[in-house]
Design a protein around this ligand. Structure first.
Ligand code: GLY
Length: 303
């Protein structure tokens, strides 16, 4: 790790959390705050979403995103897109301007075009760091048990604070606004060297994203298959609603007990209807930040 690289991540996180905080400070909605935070994360090549998304086994990029409104339980998602600059804007358009919750592939892109969402050529997503990450994954494939980037060899040529081959990098935001409305948004390029057509938890409502004003807003990052099998984001909400657990207890139960029991690695960010925040992870670290109106933004990487 170089101090310069760590500073780069910290500055990016601070800038992005601040952008969400400004929206909430001016009375904006939780939905607008999470949309803008995730859009900015997608624009930043440090993170595995939008520009800087990881490559599939075939050397392509297939992006997934989702958003959920805790006030109405409305939701929108797209999966397997390769020409949309900001997948989170397309997911929001699905939620607000279609009769459906999820579009995939070509149909998602056709819908996005009809909504005047900005389209790009696939090389827009390219970064040298992600390309090199794919080359390492391809070399190591013989020892990979699955398409879990965390099982790849440990190398850190870019000097990222968390080894780039061991972090998941899905981006997400959760927020509560002045009216007590909760929202969650999640976006990702998926996992390095994933099989073409593979979809993870990020665009699956209840797995990688969930929001309900009665309980909590959750966005997850990690080994998608296990988060889907655990229905991880919804499980936090269900533990709170039906078992009466606090946010901290519910989030820890899912991330520190239920996911590890099926070899699920990663973490989640969550805010409940009382404004409590939980950011548990069972991995080496998780790039994260919290902004409360009127208070300094806090960002962190390690435990
Ligand atoms: N958590 C992101 C993915 O598995 O695609």
């Amino acid at each position: 790790m170089t101090p310069e690289k760590e500073l780069e991540y910290r500055n990016a996180l601070t800038m992005i959390v601040t952008a969400g905080q400004v929206i909430l400070t001016h009375g904006g909605s939780a939905l607008d705050a999470v949309t803008e935070a995730v859009r900015l994360l997608e624009e930043n090549p440090l993170f595995n979403a939008g520009k800087g998304a990881v490559f599939t086994h075939n050397g392509t990029n297939e992006l997934d995103a989702s958003i959920m409104d805790g006030a109405t339980l409305n939701a929108g998602a797209i999966a397997g897109v390769s020409h949309i600059r900001n997948p989170i804007l397309a997911a929001r358009a699905v939620m607000e301007h279609s009769n459906h919750v999820m579009f995939i592939g070509e149909g998602a892109e056709t819908f996005a075009r009809s909504q005047n969402i900005e389209m790009v050529e696939p090389d827009f997503y390219y970064t040298d760091a992600r390309y090199e990450q794919l080359q390492r994954a391809l070399l190591d494939q013989g020892v990979m048990l699955d398409h879990d980037a965390a099982s790849l060899a440990v190398r850190n040529p870019q000097g990222d604070p968390i080894d780039p081959d061991k972090k998941f990098g899905t981006v997400g935001a959760v927020a509560i606004d002045n009216d007590g409305n909760l929202a969650a948004a999640t976006s990702t390029g998926g996992m390095t060297n994933k099989q073409a057509g593979r979809v993870g938890d990020s665009p699956i409502i209840g797995a990688g994203c969930y929001a309900n004003n009665r309980t909590v807003a959750v966005s997850a990052t990690g080994t998608g298959e296990m988060f889907m099998r655990a229905v991880a984001a919804y499980d936090v909400s269900a533990l709170m609603e039906y078992a009466g657990l606090s946010l901290e207890e519910a989030a820890n139960r899912v991330v520190m007990e239920k996911l590890p029991a099926i070899d699920g690695r990663g973490g989640l960010i969550a805010v409940d209807s009382q404004g409590n925040v939980a950011l548990p992870f069972n991995s080496e670290g998780m790039y994260r930040g919290v902004g409360r109106v009127g208070q300094p933004v806090e960002v962190d990487i390690y435990r």
